[in-house]
Design a protein around this ligand. Structure first.
Ligand code: TYC
Length: 106
């Protein structure tokens, strides 16, 4: 039976509403990984510059990465996550630091 704009199927006496399925786009976590060479201040700067964190948030996340090995720095749509990873990797490479940034489906 064809669906009417009100979600019913023509006969007002029949309550056979079709629930509209709203598909949410998948989200991606962006992660920063620890290494032994990238200076702490450089990581803090990256977190402020590319992830809009304030200095104390950036410092805290940098310390988490330093102690635990990695941390999620944000959750984004695929395109935004990919852009952040590229920006971080390019910036780190240009400054000759081995910092690694990756993304992972949530
Ligand atoms: N471990 C680094 C150091 O001691 C600091 C660091 C923190 C590096 C976080 C990378 O994602 C990182 N200089």
């Amino acid at each position: 039976m064809s669906e009417k704009p009100d979600g019913t199927h023509g006969d007002p006496g029949l309550l056979t509403k079709t629930k509209p399925k709203t598909q949410r786009p998948p989200l991606y976590k962006v992660l920063i990984l620890n290494d032994d060479y990238t200076p702490m201040e450089f990581v803090v700067h990256i977190l402020e510059r590319f992830f809009g964190l304030n200095h104390s948030q950036a410092f805290e996340i940098m310390l988490t990465v330093h102690k635990k090995g990695l941390a999620v720095v944000g959750v984004f749509s695929y395109e935004i996550a990919e852009t952040k990873v590229t920006q971080v990797m390019d910036f780190a490479r240009r400054h000759q630091h081995p910092l690694q940034c990756t993304m992972e489906k949530e």
